[in-house]
Design a protein around this ligand. Structure first.
Ligand SMILES: [Zn+2]
Length: 702
């Protein structure tokens, strides 16, 4: 996923729980074949080479208990489900946000368990929106078959398939959120984002990669769409897709819209496209001149499609710069799905051959104001390699109802967050200076705003998606949130600069990325890994005790964040009284004024004067302020952000406390904050006469 507000991470000693070498789970794209090899003999640092053995199921390597929750639910097996499920989804009810589903599921007489997906890839958590499922009615040969819900596993529905029946007709609706309070809005009058996991029930007892599905989509009239799915046929608004595995289907969402534009970012000349190694992976065939990478945009209005040539050039360069880092691509084609909307809910979600992204309508037309958000496409594109082709062993589950293990998300997300900045800068989506401003903010946020590292190391934060689904936290800085993103990024900057230092600046993290995530074009994977595999691959780039290096950082309680990467990069973190462009734009994006590095709190501009976050142990905390407290007045005058900024100056020069009138529930009180250090905002400053590695890191390679 894309990053949230702030982040950190840790690592636990989980090595060996899922096997210490590269292996695969049998979860490759069904229509395009099964997963790559799973032999412990394959050096993980090189990926699955052409000599790798044929796919072998990996039943012992999967996660979870012998039975999934609910004793009567069969455990997934690596064997094909007989027949193909027909799945027809009608997304034309734009007023009521109701998606109508009709499935025809081949079935033999006897007991059958149907599962609604619970554990969602990319979410790393049991977030399947089962509260939206309604109207479930099952028929066999025209006669109603009653279902009962499993008493332990509420995502499982038990049915008895009657004698003489070879398929079930399953109908239900998915009631997509009508308001943001219910969940992320994915249906608007102009845009529908269809995630297939919300509209499918599937038979328990099989790997998702071994269940074949024939998807069909009914669109509103005149609409177009983008998706990684291949179209079999189309009759006006009815689209039939080629058969895929359930695994690939759930990994291939659709963005459909009234206003749609598809832009080729990487055209592949006919006959020169992706070729697969015959034994190691999936034969994707040779390109027929179809584009390899597309940017598919849906928008509230066509005004968002006003794209300048230099903006387009940066997006095209992003593809080439990403290839330069990884050296190979593990897809036949890739669709960046981008919604530019005020109404469509925020998302940044990775898939193997596509990604779901949402930005504001001004992504192109207000280019200079949307800086921080321009790293979303580099982030999600990177995940095709880091997260989808190569996947932490604990995340490679056989179906969507087996629990995941998140311990290596500091690689999956931390490295991705690091590379998103690198790639944004190399492609020209960001300037090098803007990337440094992003790193300054990340470093300061983890260094200054995370007293919680005293009790919780960064590895433990990888469980945060399961602990809470990004709901607001009362004391984020103490409880810690998904800190494995930003603190993971700092650790990977540390690794990158360490490789450069150790190798006399002849090698870099790019060499690791090419070795670990590269390999042969067209190998789909997923190829799993452990921390030991990571350390071994780093060691093959530069000899060093990487396991110790990483483990120390993952289990550190501070004080402070791992900032060695900045210093080794030739820069240091400093605070000044002027915010960077990056921070100014971040304030606009969050609709909040940032005082966290000075007074220790942020104030909403949307709910005027309402405090959104208070730093544990900071000046605001000492004054008894909390999230939800509303600032009514500053030094006797009505609250405005600029008046609080001015009060910081006065307190600094006159050495008098800032006086606030605040309101909590129906209680008013006056608080005094004895803080005299003035405004503080993080930025990076060059360390004279040191090697400027950060500038090397952000230099384009193509
Ligand atoms: Zn991500």
């Amino acid at each position: 996923m894309g990053r949230e507000g702030g982040v950190a991470l840790i690592i636990a000693t989980i090595l060996g729980t899922v096997g210490a070498s590269a292996g695969t789970v049998g979860a490759g794209g069904g229509a395009v074949g099964n997963a790559a090899a799973g032999s412990p003999d394959i050096p993980p640092a090189e990926g699955p080479g052409p000599g790798a053995p044929a796919p072998e199921s990996n039943a012992d390597g999967v996660n979870g208990p012998a039975e999934v929750a609910g004793g009567s639910v069969p455990r997934p097996r690596d064997t094909p489900y007989p027949g193909t499920i027909s799945l027809r989804v009608d997304v034309t009810d734009l007023e009521r946000h109701v998606l109508n589903v009709h499935e025809v599921i081949p079935a033999a007489p006897g007991p059958l368990t149907l599962l609604y997906p619970e554990w969602l890839p990319g979410n790393h958590a049991p977030r399947g929106p089962i509260d939206g499922l309604g109207g479930l009615i099952i028929n066999a040969n025209g006669k109603r078959v009653e279902w009962t819900r499993d008493p332990v596993n509420i995502y499982a529905f038990q049915v008895q398939v009657p004698a003489g029946v070879n398929h079930l007709d399953v109908e239900f609706q998915y009631a997509a959120p009508l308001t943001a309070a219910e969940g992320r809005i994915n249906v608007t009058p102009e845009i529908v984002g269809l995630q297939w996991n919300t509209v499918v029930l599937y038979p328990a007892g099989y790997y998702a990669s071994r269940i074949s599905v024939a998807p069909e989509l009914v669109l509103p009239e005149g609409w177009e769409f983008g998706s990684a799915l291949d179209v079999e046929s189309r009759r006006s608004s009815n689209v039939t897709f080629k058969h895929v595995s359930l695994y690939t289907l759930v990994d291939s969402p659709v963005f459909a819209g009234r206003y749609f534009r598809s832009i080729v970012l990487d055209p592949v000349p006919a006959g020169t496209g992706v070729k697969a190694a015959p034994k190691s992976g999936i034969s994707l065939g040779t390109s027929t001149g179809e584009p390899a990478v597309r940017l598919d945009i849906v928008a509230d209005t066509p005004a968002s499609f006003d794209i300048k040539p230099e903006q387009l050039a940066a997006h095209r360069k992003l593809v080439q710069e990403t290839y330069a880092v990884f050296g190979a691509r593990h897809f036949d084609h890739y669709d960046m799905l981008l919604a530019l909307s005020d109404h469509f809910g925020d998302i940044g979600l990775e898939h193997h051959r596509s990604s779901e992204n949402r930005r504001l309508p001004g992504y192109f037309v207000d280019w200079d104001k949307e800086g921080p958000g321009r790293s979303i496409l580099p982030h999600e594109f990177t995940h095709s390699w880091n997260g989808k082709f190569r996947m932490p062993a604990g995340l490679a589950t056989p179906d969507f109802n087996t629990p995941m293990q998140n311990q290596l998300l500091w690689v999956y997300e931390g490295l991705t967050q690091y590379l998103e900045g690198v790639l944004a800068a190399r492609s020209g989506l960001w300037s090098a200076d803007f990337a440094r401003q992003d790193w300054a903010y990340t470093a300061a946020n983890m260094d200054h705003n995370r007293p919680g590292r005293a009790w919780r190391d960064v590895e433990d934060t990888t469980y945060q998606p399961i602990v809470t689904a990004r709901r607001p936290l009362s004391w984020l800085s103490w409880e810690r949130t998904e800190d494995y993103y930003p603190e993971g990024a700092l650790i990977w900057l540390d690794v990158d600069t360490k490789i450069r230092e150790l190798s006399g600046d002849k090698k870099s993290l790019d060499d690791f990325a090419r070795g670990f995530f590269g390999g042969v074009d067209g190998t789909l994977g997923p190829v799993t890994y452990t921390l030991t595999d990571i350390a071994r691959a780093l060691n093959s780039v530069t000899a060093f005790d990487w396991e110790k290096f990483l483990t120390q950082r993952l289990h550190s309680h501070g004080p402070g964040a791992p900032l060695d990467g900045l210093t080794r990069g030739g820069w240091k973190l400093v605070y000044s009284d002027m915010p960077t462009d990056y921070l100014r734009q971040l304030e606009d994006q969050r609709k909040a004024a940032d005082f966290i590095f000075s007074l220790g709190f942020n104030v909403s501009n949307r709910d005027y004067g309402q405090i959104t976050e208070v730093l544990w142990g900071g000046p605001g905390y000492d004054a008894g302020l909390t999230a939800g407290t509303v600032i009514i007045a500053v030094n006797g005058r009505e609250y405005r952000p600029e008046r609080l900024r001015e009060a910081l100056l006065i307190a600094h020069s006159a050495h008098t406390p800032i006086e606030l009138i605040v309101k909590n529930l129906d209680r008013y009180r006056t608080v005094r904050i004895p803080y005299f250090d003035g405004a503080k905002y993080p930025r990076l400053e060059r360390v004279e006469r040191s090697t400027d590695r950060l500038s090397e890191i952000t230099k384009p390679r193509t």
